[in-house]
Structures are given as C-alpha cells and as structure tokens.
Design a protein around this ligand. Structure first.
Ligand code: NAD
Length: 441
C-alpha cells in the first residue's frame, strides 16, 4: 500500500513516520521547502521523543520520503491524508484556507480513485467542503474520477506523539462508503493489536468528536484551576482536594492538575472554534465560554502572586524562568502561558532570564532578545529576585536548592505547576507560592 500525507508538522510527520513503520510506503508533502530539505537531509524540524529512530529506520528502508510536489506524491497513492494547520481566523473560527487549498490541489492532480482523509482538526461540515472543492476541480478539468472523503481526527499529544500514534486509545474514522471504510481499516489494522478500538461513524460525528474531546479536556483544566483559586481563598489545599475527587472513578485522577492555564496549538483554538460553530447554529455554548475566560485569567495568576509579593512596581526586578514550552517534552510555544507571563513582566519593566531544555530556539524565534536565555536551570537563577516555574520538566523536580539559594538574590519561588512540597520549602526557608495551596512565607 502507498499513501501520501500532506503537511509535515507535529501531526503529519508523526503520522507519516508511524504509518511507514508498519511497512506502508509513505510520501510526506509540505509547501515549506526548507522543512522538506531538512527532512531529506535526515534532520527532523520538531522535537518529539522517539521520532528520530523510527524516521531514520524507515527512510533507510526507502519507505518514507519527502517532497514539495503533491502531484508527484499521488503516483500510485491509495489514500491521501490532509494534515495541514487550521489556525484560528480573526473571529476564532478555524481558518480552512490550507485544508481547502490542498483539496483543490488534489482535484487538479489526481488521476485515479483516492480516499481523501482529513486529519487536521476541522469544524463539523468541513469534509463536505473538501469534497466540493475536489469535485469542482475535476469538473474544471472535465474529467470524472471517483473518490471518497473521510474524516480521521488525530488524538496524539505532543511530547508523547509517537507512542500515542502507535498505541492509540482509539481511532475515530468518519466515512460515507464501505469502500473507504475497508481501505482505512486495512491501513489501521497494525495499530489495533492491543485491543484498541477503531470506531467508524458518519463524518459529521467524527468531526464533532475531536472538538468535543478537546473541549472536555480544556473544561477539566479550567474547572480545576477555578477550584484551586477558591481553595486558596478558603484555606483548602487543592492537592488534597484533587486526590479526594480523583479517586472517584466517575471523575478519574487524570487531567485534574491545576496550573497556569492551558496553552498549545490545540485547546485554545479548538475551544474557540467550537464556540464559533455553536454560535453559527444559534446555540450559545456557555460552558466553553466560561472555560475560555477562566483560562485567560489563569495565565496571569502568577503575575498576581508576584505583585502581591513584590508590590505593583516590578521595575528593575530580575526573574529566572524555568520552562518556556506550553508543556514538557515539546518545543512547541504556541499559546504558551510563559508568553503571557513574560509579556506582563517586560511591560512592568522587569527582566527575564529563561531556561527550557528544548524550547529555547523556538522561544528566541518568537521573543528575540527581549529576554535572556540561560545555559541551564542554575545559570538562569544567577542574581534573580525570584524563580518562576512555568513548565514541569522532570529535571526541575529535584534541584539543588542550596545552590539556587546561593545564586539568587532572594529565596523566592513562584511555582505554576505545584512541583514542590510546601512543607519542604518551609524547611528550606524559601518563600514559596504555588497554585491552590497556601503560600509559604
Ligand atoms: P503544524 O503547524 O505543526 O504543521 C502544519 C504543516 O502544514 C506545516 O509544515 C505547513 O508548512 C504545512 N502546510 C500548510 N499548507 C500546506 C499545503 N498547502 N501543502 C502542504 N503542506 C502545507 O500543525 P500541526 O500541529 O501538525 O497540526 C496540524 C493539524 O492537526 C491542525 O488542524 C491541528 O489542530 C491538528 N492536531 C494537532 C495536534 C498537535 O498536538 N499538534 C494534535 C491533534 C490534532
């Protein structure tokens, strides 16, 4: 079997590489020439644990290749995945120009039956637009070539994308024909070995499933953040509350950790897009509107705590920041809470020296020299008035506090991820602020 994957970002590159691992021939396509050249020279443009090994193995076996020509990729291809970006439009709805652009290009270049699968996260009804765009191009060419459209939203998580793709909790596929279902079942069969289900459904339900899943996860985060803030006010400890509620199987103990708000390339834009879709249908998704506003507020929670400690005037203060990426094990900075915190600190005349194990290059691309970058976590602490922890990389969990103490001007930590035990911080004589727990002073 041969397939094409259009878009070599986190989703396209991981999907293409993992499909090739099952013996399928995969051609990955991207308009970004620089990315394709890099991939053709054996380099990977993103940080994703485990990807490099599988990538190298399959490139060497000639099962995985890269091109800027969608037309060339179509030779002998049975299935083509659209995995390009769907960034938010100005009004928050998903911008479909890349997805539909690819659909038109497929229509202009296909010469035999194809299953066209949308893997990008797209609003309900997009597959109909993909189908119409392809049909229109075929009509312009005055040819009649059969094709099927399908929806196959992706649930991988950055940081564990390879594992998630190889061992998915479930695979969701929306189809219109038995032929498309048969082809996609065959393609996904190797991933179903551990009893993970493949759920076939109609296309509208499949498209909706992705948004409902991400919105539910974002809701859990905002709920827990709001509860954490209330815990602080009433004198409760959110860690205890989290364990207390998480042991109820109906609630579950996953994804109920408070923090500095959700970021990344998916939750913020997908929640926004679903709210917009609902609005279009005259339905107000009030729950998700609240989820969004709680999240905006939460991204500034550490600034509030910093001002409580230092006073309103932060001018001239120097902050060490540990973690820049929106979560550990990724270099993705899209919508990262660190950006909001940095923007606020710089606006107030403070300076920031940051360290992130893998996201510094990406941060520099976005922030330039507005902040300084440290060579390691200790280097960041030199002469700092306080340390801010934004991303819970595991290497930050057990640092040498005695070294930190010597490097910093004052023993003050603002922990946005609750990675330390307040009692231990008290014994170490640190001022310690965390989320949903009493400050240690
Ligand atoms: P990304 O921005 O990392 O990559 C998108 C790629 O598409 C880029 O390399 C870009 O150059 C390429 N592209 C754009 N237009 C193109 C065209 N006409 N032809 C060929 N290539 C083109 O995006 P991503 O994070 O991989 O996300 C892709 C989609 O998957 C989005 O809809 C996203 O919401 C969804 N998704 C992302 C994740 C995630 O964790 N990143 C998880 C699940 C779903």
């Amino acid at each position: 079997m041969k397939i094409s994957v259009v878009g070599t970002g986190y989703v396209g590159l991981v999907s293409g590489t993992c499909f090739s691992e099952t013996g399928v021939d995969v051609v990955c396509v991207d308009v970004n020439e620089e990315k394709i050249n890099l991939l053709n020279s054996g380099e990977i443009p993103i940080y994703e644990p485990g990807l490099k090994d599988i990538f190298t193995r399959n490139v060497e076996k000639n099962r995985l290749s890269f091109t800027t020509s969608l037309k060339d990729s179509l030779i002998d291809t049975e299935v083509i995945f659209i995995a390009v970006g769907t960034p938010p439009d100005e009004d928050g709805s998903a911008d479909l120009k890349y997805v539909l652009g690819v659909a038109r290009e497929i229509g202009r270049n296909m010469n035999k039956y194809l299953v066209v699968v949308t893997k990008s996260t797209v609003p309900v009804g997009t597959s109909k637009k993909v189908k119409a765009a392809i049909a229109e191009e075929l009509k312009t060419r005055n040819v009649s070539i059969p094709f099927d459209v399908a929806s196959n939203p992706e649930f991988l998580k950055e940081g564990s994308a390879v594992d998630d793709f190889l061992k998915p909790d479930r695979i969701v596929v929306g189809v219109e024909t038995a032929k498309a279902e048969k082809t996609l079942r065959r393609l996904y069969k190797p991933f179903l070995m551990n009893g993970h289900p493949i759920l076939f459904m109609n296309i509208l339900s499949s498209e909706m499933t992705k948004y409902a899943a991400n919105s539910m996860l974002a809701t859990k985060i905002s709920f827990m953040n709001d509860i954490a803030n209330l815990c602080e006010l009433v004198g409760a400890d959110v860690d205890m509350v989290r364990k207390g509620i998480g042991s109820d199987a109906r609630i579950g103990n996953k994804f109920i950790y408070p923090g500095t708000g959700y970021g990344g390339s998916c939750f913020p834009k997908d929640v926004q897009a679903l709210v917009r879709t609902a609005d279009e249908y005259g339905h107000s998704l009030d729950i998700l509107k609240a989820v969004e506003s709680v999240n905006y507020r939460q991204k500034e929670i550490l600034i509030k705590k910093i001002k409580k400690h230092f006073g309103e005037n932060l001018k001239g203060l120097r902050f060490a920041m540990w973690g820049l990426a929106f979560k550990p094990k990724t270099d993705d900075m899209r919508e990262a809470p660190s950006l909001v915190i940095i923007e606020n600190l710089l606006k107030e005349g403070a300076s920031v020296v940051a360290y992130d194990p893998v996201a510094q290059e990406e941060a520099h691309r976005i922030l330039g020299d507005n902040i300084s970058y440290a060579k390691d976590e200790y280097d960041a602490c030199l002469d700092a008035d306080a340390l801010i922890i934004v991303t819970e990389w595991s290497e930050f969990r057990s640092p040498n506090f005695r070294v930190i103490e010597k490097l910093m001007k004052s023993n003050t930590i603002f922990d946005g991820r609750n990675i330390y035990d307040p009692e231990e911080m008290r014994e170490l004589k640190f001022n310690y602020y965390s989320i949903g727990r009493a400050a240690v002073l």
